[in-house]
Every structure is written in structure tokens, then in C-alpha cells.
Design a protein around this ligand. Sequence first.
Ligand code: NDP
Length: 243
Amino acid sequence: MTTRTCLVTGANRGVGLEFVRQLLARGDRVVATCRQPGRATALNALAGDHPGRLHVLPLDVAEPKSHAALAAELPLALGEDGRLDLLVNGAGVLHSGERFGKVSAAILEDSFRTNAAGPFLLTQALAPLLADARPEQGRRGARVANLSSELGSIAGAGRFGTPSYCISKAAQNMASVLLAHALRERGIVVVALHPGWVQTDMGGPDATVPAADSVRGLLDVIDGLAPEDSGSFRDWQGEALPW
Ligand code: NDP
């Protein structure tokens, strides 16, 4: 199999960092992005262990200027064919402790910019670099994996909780479907993926799924995607989720 080139956002910790670890372990080339590369100790250690295969670049997903800067810098970091086979939109934010009557516009806005506008605008900015399907050369189109949440499922909403997160992830889900339509004719597959309740800073102390298990499952799901799966919403074990 040829070496794939992957870009991960929110790569300095949590699920994003685990994606970087597993992608490197399987031999892929990785561009790992985070807000403060200088402080990304784990990523920088991985870069030392994988010279030439891991590039760490700055990206604030809530900042469109940062998307443009990354898009300009990326061609230098990409391999000889200059294309991305996988984009993992992993960065996300959850502001907990919101109560009805006290939900603030600032937190709603921050969540929307990070969780919904971020993955949409970044995918749009990087679209020219995503690999087109070339069936005659046996090449699949790029995969775009947007880390969503079952909390973004409108059909699954059962109580009032973390509105800034739920609303922004529901918006991200729509963004995933629209991106799937926009990129379909190039053979690029876009999906919304729920990683499970994962043992990270966001998942908290009671989370049930180790990050390594979640990412192993997510990579299996991503690898198994067919063009007709574009625009779907699944969990880390491949189960379809209701919108
Ligand atoms: P963490 O809180 O552990 O990590 C969040 C990551 O996102 C960090 O790397 C953080 O960087 C980054 N990030 C936040 N805001 C920005 C920004 N503006 N620009 C760039 N990076 C940013 O979360 P998880 O790893 O657990 O979650 C990963 C994804 O999975 C998220 O999208 C989340 O919503 C989703 N998810 C997680 C679940 C869970 O149980 N953990 C459940 C369902 C979905 P920094 O260190 O700079 O803050």
C-alpha cells in the first residue's frame, strides 16, 4: 500500500493525539496541527521519533486567518504528490456547567466557531489539496472525518444539557452533509463520526472508552468507507446514528 498523508486538528492531546500515534504506527505521513506547537510536548517527542514523517504546524480552527496560513504552508510539508488522503477534524470544545437562563452568547459563539464553522471552513480552505479519486490508478479519493458527537443528534436529544456543545455539533453535522455533497464528484468521502465516550480531558473521569480503542475503531470505520457512505453519521464501531 502507498504511504498516505493525513492531517489532524486538535492533535496535541486527547483523541487527536491518539490519531497521530496510530497513523504514524501504520506508516502514514502526518501533519499534526495544534494551537501552540511550542507547548505540544507529546507531539514534539513523536516528531523526534519519526523524522520526516511528522510535521507539527500551528492552527487555531476558530480563526479563518489561521486556516489560510496553514493552506499556504502545507504544500511544503506534504509529500511529493502534494495531496492529503485523510483530514481528521478533531479539534473541539465543550463548555460544561451551562444552565438554562444563564447560557451566554460568548460561549455559544465560541462553540460554533470551533465545532461547526471551524471544520467547515478548514475543509473548504484545504479542499484543493484533498486527493481526488483516480479509479484508473486504483487511487481512492480523500476521506474527511469530522469528529462529531451523539450529543449533536437532534433525534437523540433527551434532556437540557450543554446547549453550546449540542447546538454546535448539530450544526457541524449539517456542515458534514453539505461538504459531502460539495466534494462528491471528486470521489472525496465526508463523514460525521462519534468517537464514543472517550477517556480524555473532555470525556472526564467516568468515560468508558480508552482513546486507543476509540481511534482504532474510527480508523477501521474510515478505511471501510465507500463513496456511497459519504454524508453519513456513525459511531466508532460503525453503527449508523440518527441525525
Ligand atoms: P479534548 O478536550 O481532550 O481535546 C480537545 C482538543 O481540541 C485539544 O487538542 C484542543 O487544543 C483542541 N482545540 C480546542 N479548541 C481549538 C481551537 N480553537 N483550535 C485548535 N484546536 C483546538 O477533547 P477530545 O480529544 O476528547 O475530543 C476530540 C473530538 O471528539 C472533539 O471534537 C470532541 O467534541 C469529540 N468528542 C469527544 C468525546 C469524548 O468523550 N471525549 C465524545 C464525543 C465527541 P488545546 O490543548 O489548545 O485546547
